[in-house]
Write a protein that binds this ligand. Structure first.
Ligand code: ADP
Length: 624
């Protein structure tokens, strides 16, 4: 029984683009269909290893041009489609690659088609009608899917014995006005050239019957058009960057060259080849739950698994690529793979390799490393923090910060190397951005002393620093937490004297703020600012902010200490008022506290109280 169905809206849009494509590189349809055929054979082969109902066979892809009918057929003996799969896979854009492409298309122009894996629908760039004859080992009958690339397609049951898929393209008429010559897709020479260009490394033979002349007689001969050597098996010297870039873009659905390519062959007690890439742009779903890390796994060039998670640690989850190892048996089940010692050893080697390549990049090409770091720094930082800092030593030298001394990033190593001998700690301050941090009252004295301060502007930063605790024995020290440790003795002494002198007013303020702060003290770290808020050791004010934004926010609160600048005229003013009328201290204390909160970028805790006191004060000042 014949069924007519509508394409999903997204697919209709993409199809429309394909049928009306003015894009010149229409030839890429062949690459797409051959690559689908090769994937389908991979699937069948893999399933046949564990499922005896699926027979193994000699796997092949055939190109069958027919000049009379103006059709080109691409035939494979891969896994085929069931009826449901035809609907799911050809009636809708299900694949992430095509989806990403669609999103891109909406923003950019059509010229990116050639760089992107757009898949099956690209057939409609060259054909006005497409027929798919297919048989899956999971269904008793075969099916014919057909469409003229408009809003609907049809599915009919057909007789088909062999498992696999045959895609027939009814090529467009040549358009002499536009010099578009679709009939070339029927000639041997062009097909051979295109296979060489795009599909040479496909692992299964791509075959074609070719008529050759021998002693003036014509005879038909079967030719294999591809070399079948996977790109990663070719020698490095023979490979051009371009080849690797093209391979990456096609295999991993990107439209830009990778930022970094790592091609490594290891031989010895463990033998494998790895071809790894870091995408230039963060993949669109990278920070979503949907993103799956992993590397493709091959055994002797035969595909085993698409995203093997065990081959990549979470903190390098941005790496894409593949591993091919003869040490991994083809017949291994996925559960067994997880326990597999070889996989573990390869994973550990790959991790070291990625790390050392990144370190090399940091050393030899800073600009490129910065590009990488800007894209993926959160993943690295989370890696330092995760698992109670288990991997911090591995990752700490890949982390960089902007600082108060320059707009460039520096590493912790560079910070420690260039700090003055006498400086005992690595100073840092947390805030929204550079300007916010530079304006913090706590920066007053540090600026005076000329210390370099790391800017912590990502939410994860302070959590990471607390886990790091020290960098090669130099401790980290927050400017917004605990005691300032760079105050000289003389100043400390004079502060002590001042605290004694102002005992009563400090005590009164502390009392006024007893629900809000742990302590009120005179500060040695301020010069221009009247007050600042610091936190005790442990949880900082910034961390409090971050934790409160979390979905299941707990009621966390950092310990607050209000520090007052004894040399600021404001302190003298408060003192004078206090002597005349001690009851005014509540207002001053509250306003000072709230002002310090604001300077930290924290919200006013009690806005009614704050504005009432402020008004009182203004009225008062008018009285005197
Ligand atoms: P993609 O190749 O990016 O997955 P396509 O639109 O090219 O997207 O194909 C959609 C799906 O249809 C594929 O994921 C695959 O499941 C299936 N498919 C395509 N070609 C074949 C084929 N020759 N044999 C079996 N399944 C195929």
């Amino acid at each position: 029984m014949s069924k007519t169905k509508k394409f999903k809206t997204q697919s209709q849009k993409l199809l429309h683009l394909m049928t009306h494509s003015i894009y010149t590189q229409k030839e890429i349809f062949l690459r797409e269909l051959i690559s689908n055929a090769s994937d389908a054979i991979d699937k069948r082969h893999f399933l046949s290893l564990t499922d005896t109902s699926i027979p193994a066979t000699d796997y092949e892809i055939w190109l069958e041009p027919n000049n009379e009918k103006r059709t080109l057929t691409i035939r494979d003996n891969g896994i085929g489609f069931t009826e449901d799969e035809l609907v799911d896979n050809l009636g809708t854009i299900a694949q992430s690659g095509s989806k990403a492409f669609q999103e891109k298309l909406e923003k950019e122009d059509i010229n990116i088609i050639g760089q992107f894996g757009v898949g099956f629908y690209s057939a409609f760039m060259v054909a006005h009608k497409v027929e798919v004859r297919t048989k899956s080992p999971y269904s008793d009958t075969g099916y014919l899917w057909s469409s003229i690339g408009e809003s609907s397609y049809q599915i009919d049951p057909i007789e088909k014995k062999e498992i696999g898929t045959e895609i027939t393209l009814y090529l467009n008429e040549d358009d002499t006005d536009n010099e578009e010559d679709y009939s070339t897709f029927l000639d041997d020479y062009t097909l051979r050239r295109l296979v060489k260009k795009y599909s040479d490394y496909v692992r299964y033979p791509i075959k074609m019957k070719v008529v050759v002349k021998e002693d003036k007689k014509e005879k038909t001969e079967i030719q294999t058009l591809n070399q079948m050597t996977p790109i990663w098996k070719r020698s490095k010297s023979e490979l051009k960057d371009e080849d690797l870039n093209e391979f990456y873009k096609h295999q991993f659905n990107d439209y830009e060259d990778p930022l970094l390519t790592i091609h490594t062959k290891v031989e010895g007690s463990l033998t494998y080849t790895a071809l790894l890439f870091i995408p230039k742009k963060v993949p669109y779903d990278f920070y979503s739950e949907k993103y799956e890390k992993g590397l493709q796994l091959y055994s002797k060039s035969v595909f085993i698994q698409d995203k093997n998670k065990d081959l990549l640690p979470d903190y390098f989850k941005f790496v894409k690529g593949l591993v091919d190892s003869a040490d991994i048996s083809l017949n291994i089940s996925r559960e067994m793979l997880q326990q597999n010692q070889q996989v573990k050893r390869i994973a550990s080697n790959i991790e070291k390799k990625i790390k050392s390549e990144l370190e090399k990049l940091l050393e030899n090409d800073r600009a490129k490393y910065v590009e990488f770091y800007d894209a993926y720094r959160l993943t690295l930082k989370y890696g330092v923090y995760d698992m109670y800092g288990m991997n911090k030593e591995k990752l700490q030298d890949l982390i960089m910060f902007k600082t108060s001394s320059s707009d460039d990033y520096i590493t912790l190593k560079e910070y420690v190397e260039r700090k003055p001998e006498a400086q005992k700690a690595i100073y840092y301050a947390t805030g929204k951005n550079k300007a916010a941090i530079m304006n913090l009252p706590q920066m007053d004295l540090v600026k005076e002393k000329g210390y370099e301060v790391l800017f912590l502007t990502d939410e994860i930063d302070e959590f990471m620093i607390q886990i790091l605790n020290t960098y090669e024995d130099t401790p980290f020290k927050s400017l917004q937490q605990g005691e300032a440790d760079f105050i000289d003795e003389e100043k400390k002494e004079s502060l002590k004297a001042q605290e004694k002198e102002n005992k009563d007013v400090l005590k009164a303020m502390k009392n006024a703020l007893k629900d809000k702060v742990k302590d009120v003290k005179l500060s040695a770290r301020l010069s221009d600012s009247p007050v600042c808020l610091v936190s005790g050791e442990g949880l900082s004010l910034e961390m409090e902010k971050v934790l409160k934004q979390m979905p299941n926010a707990q009621d966390v609160k950092a310990e607050r200490i209000l520090e007052i600048n004894p040399n600021h005229p404001l302190f003298k003013a408060i003192n004078d008022r206090f002597e005349k009328d001690p009851s005014t201290i509540d207002r001053y204390a509250s306003i000072l506290y709230h002002q310090a909160l604001l300077a930290e970028g924290l919200p006013i805790e009690d806005s009614t109280e704050f504005s009432k006191y402020l008004v009182d004060l203004m009225v008062d000042s008018n009285k005197n």
